[in-house]
Design a protein around this ligand. Structure first.
Ligand code: HEC
Length: 119
């Protein structure tokens, strides 16, 4: 093998090891999980329209969901836990629509992860 060939091989090896290193580095901060990111997207697209803006047309205003999991009870009086929040999302409540046809079980899980962190 020529010197040139050896140099090329060495260069290639360096390049490959460099790529390997880059891949093993976490691409984003681990403090925000994928579930929460997905949940945030779902919240922005399904819930924020009502829960982040006043709804002059609705007879009853949607409650503010920030800090929900720090409270002991939901506006309806039910305890704050995954099961009750899941039930509200799936079945709806009053003028809030049911999301059973629009969201998958995993989506509801992700939404709950996000709501737990929403301050
Ligand atoms: C069309 C408007 C609208 C949308 C969209 C909406 N909500 Fe609501 N939500 C309401 C209203 C109005 C209430 C109050 C219902 C009542 O008590 O009569 C409510 C109540 C709630 C409650 C409190 C339930 C309780 O027991 O008091 C939770 C939790 C909630 N919504 C979560 C969500 C989530 C999560 C989404 C997105 C998947 C969502 N909502 C989408 C209007 C909406």
């Amino acid at each position: 093998m020529t010197v040139r060939g050896l140099l090329l091989l060495a260069g290639l090896a360096l390049l490959l090891s460099g790529c390997g290193k880059q891949q093993s580095q976490p691409s984003r901060s681990q403090s925000v999980s994928n579930a929460e990111l997905q949940g945030e997207w779902l919240y922005d697209n399904n819930c924020a329209e009502c829960h982040e803006n006043p709804q002059p047309d609705l007879h009853k205003q949607p409650p503010n969901l920030h800090g929900l999991f720090r409270r002991t009870s939901l506006p309806s009086g039910a305890p704050v836990n995954d099961a009750e929040v899941r039930k509200t999302i799936i079945e709806g409540r009053g003028t809030m629509p049911a999301f059973d046809q629009r969201l998958r079980k995993e989506d509801v899980d992700d939404l709950i992860s996000y709501l737990r962190k929403l301050n």
